[in-house]
Ligand binder design. Structure first.
Ligand code: GCB
Length: 633
């Protein structure tokens, strides 16, 4: 599929594609198979940078849907995909209205119910709570496409696999439930009525990212915004405007143009900081930015949780202009210290899922996100781990605004198919798309390449390559993974060959819950064989909100509270401790948690219950963070 519809765009796409193909070539087992390359061609491309800053039509709203567990709308009775037959017709994407001349039509979008979009289907239709499979979604809209513009159909996230059709023709497919994608629909829009149909399939598969086994709800559907963006024929496709690695006096980045007229001069201006530069894009539309800002250093205010200053940045090239709000800060490590803008910081963190504990489903928009981040602030946190997959772009923009540092992660979780080259390629693609989307967010300081992946040769190779890939994309942030621990006698050992490739010694440990108990755990000590800043990425215990008893009784708030108190004793004995993100801010739903009395399909490790009540441990952690804040002033 053509992505920018011209030679230059094709060159840019070739570049993006080559990341993926390189990844495959380097992946542990066989090189890319012919079928994988064919599949790649129909895949969506990475979206325009700062989609919300572009002229767009929102396609959010009510979408009609048809539940299709047997995929009748996709395969004929010989199980051949309709869209691969010579006519390409026969699928639900034809969106046939009322039958003409008595023909047989067994579906009807107009008469089908609607889902609020963005939104998962599980929380909107009782019969879909546990559903995994295909649902067809349809939206009708009007457009007035202009000759001299280009149009992109953008999806913030669709879980998991989508086939997208516009006016009965297939645009392509996308895999990955948490990253954005777009299709070039220039020249494909009707003047007036248009129909977009998406086949969404959230079935889990061993070889996918994530794999079949996770501890969160597999919400299906179009879970983030759908937009139709309009840009000039030659336009700003991507840009990066950030401080150079560890350098408070230099902005480094690039602007990437796409279109027929790539050799444009490009201006980048930050008026409030008195920063302005003009650079020339080359034949591939690329213009490097390298600005010495020493002259502005006196009046520049660096972004930090205490001073979340965002500057208006304006990028202009030809007839295209994009405005963004960008914070300027550095993040690096020195020995066992983490330095934000050159000063040591302690990461007072908390983990959270993209789920609203009060109203079932994924976070529905900025209001829900603000609620979650506000709770984090009430904990006196300065750091949030967005587990275990990319959260929405709105979330990282809100964190920029509210002054919360972020750990951003891809769902390389537990037992991935380490030797499958397609699986590797998929993981790297999701990682790439996350980095491409959020590289201008000051809040994001950590790219996490995975969670609790079991040490072993194929896994070490796979994860090592992901770490190289992410460093190749962005050298201005820390690279981490939530590693595992093992016990040797009374020692809790952190030793993982992957750690050498990471910037943090980050690990999950469940002393007092999955092993030991809140008293006995004090007999253990950590033996961390990695000389890097230690950020404990998880610990915790389940407590049913409002359930009380003594501190030795599981599921009580008292047990959870004691476990937190004793964790602080254990962890503060680690000399290199520089942060933590306990598990987890709020209770969340999980199909793995069926205990009828305490769980009822909820993971109860939240510090806040499903009614929004703060459990005892919430206050315990806040007190600890108040103390750490004093220490790191
Ligand atoms: C973990 C996982 C997290 C789970 C948590 C738990 O180690 O990283 O996804 O939800 O433990 O509650 O068991």
């Amino acid at each position: 599929m053509k992505h920018f519809g011209n030679a230059l765009g094709a060159a840019l796409w070739a570049l993006v594609l080559s990341w993926h193909l390189n990844a495959t070539a380097q992946a542990p087992a066989a090189p890319a198979s012919a079928s994988a390359s064919a599949a790649e061609k129909t895949q969506a491309s990475a979206p325009l940078q700062n989609i919300y800053g572009r002229q767009h039509l929102s396609l959010n709203g009510r979408w009609n849907y048809i539940v299709d567990p047997y995929e009748t709308g996709y395969y004929n009775y010989r199980r051949e995909p309709f869209d691969a037959t010579p006519s390409g017709k026969g699928g639900f994407y034809d969106d046939l209205g009322p039958p003409q001349n008595g023909e047989l039509v067994e579906y009807n979008f107009d008469l089908s119910p609607t889902l609020r979009t963005p939104g998962d289907w599980n929380s909107q239709d009782e019969k879909l709570v546990f559903y995994e499979g295909t649902v067809w979604m349809r939206r009708v809209f009007n457009a007035e496409p202009k000759e001299d513009k280009r149009y992109f159909l953008y999806f913030g996230a669709v879980n998991y696999e989508s086939h997208v059709y516009l006016n009965g023709k297939k645009l392509g497919t996308h895999k990955g439930g948490f990253t954005p994608f777009q299709f070039d629909v220039s020249g494909k829009l009707n003047k007036g009525r248009n129909v977009v149909v998406v086949k969404v399939d959230n079935m889990r598969h061993q070889d996918e990212i994530p794999t079949v086994n996770t501890d969160w709800w597999n919400y299906g559907g179009i879970t983030r915004d759908v937009l139709l963006a309009e840009v000039p024929a030659t336009h700003i496709a991507d840009y990066k405007v950030q401080l150079a690695k560890g350098d408070l006096k230099r902005i480094q980045g690039y602007v990437q143009l796409a279109g027929d007229q790539p050799r444009q001069s490009v201006s980048v201006t930050i008026p409030a900081a008195g920063i302005s530069t003009t650079v020339q894009a080359d034949a591939s539309g690329r213009a490097a930015i390298d600005i010495d800002i020493d002259h502005a250093a006196g009046k520049l205010r660096y972004w930090s949780p205490e001073t979340p200053i965002l500057y208006d940045v304006e990028i202009a090239a030809g007839s295209d202009t994009v405005k963004d709000r960008v914070g300027l800060r550095t993040i690096e490590t020195r020995g066992q210290d983490i330095l934000l803008n050159g000063k040591p910081i302690f990461l007072r963190g908390i983990s959270l899922h993209d789920e609203n504990p009060l109203a079932q489903g994924r976070l529905r928009g900025e209001g829900d996100m603000r609620m979650m981040l506000q709770w984090a602030r009430e904990l006196n946190a300065n750091f949030v781990r967005l587990a275990h997959y990319p959260h929405s772009e709105r979330m990282s923009r809100l964190a920029d605004e509210m002054g919360l540092l972020l750990w951003a992660e891809v769902p390389v979780y537990w037992t991935i198919s380490w030797t499958n080259p397609d699986t590797y390629r998929n993981a790297e693609r999701q990682l790439t798309d996350m980095v491409v989307r959020d590289k201008n967010r000051a809040s994001v300081i950590v790219w996490s390449i995975g969670n609790e992946t079991p040490v072993g040769e194929p896994r070490n190779v796979f994860m090592g390559r992901l770490s190289d890939a992410v460093r190749g994309l962005d050298d201005t942030r820390l690279v981490a993974a939530a590693l595992e621990v093992h016990r040797e006698g009374q020692r809790v050992v952190v030793e993982d060959p992957l750690a050498g490739k990471l910037d943090l010694a980050s690990f999950n440990e469940y002393a007092g819950w999955y092993w030991s108990d809140p008293e006995d755990m004090l007999n253990y000590r950590f033996d961390i064989k990695v000389n890097k800043p230690v950020v404990v990425s998880e610990f915790g215990a389940d407590a049913l909100g409002g359930h009380h008893g003594d501190a030795t009784t599981r599921w009580t708030e008292e047990y959870q509270e004691r476990l937190y108190q004793n964790q602080f004793k254990l962890l503060t004995a680690i000399p290199g401790l520089r942060g933590m993100t306990p598990w987890i801010l709020a209770d969340f739903r999980s199909p793995r948690r069926p205990h009828p009395q305490y769980q009822d399909f909820w993971n109860r490790k939240g510090l806040i219950s499903d009614t929004g009540q703060k459990k005892k441990a919430f206050h315990t952690l806040k007190r600890f963070y108040d103390g750490m804040q004093q220490k790191y002033r």
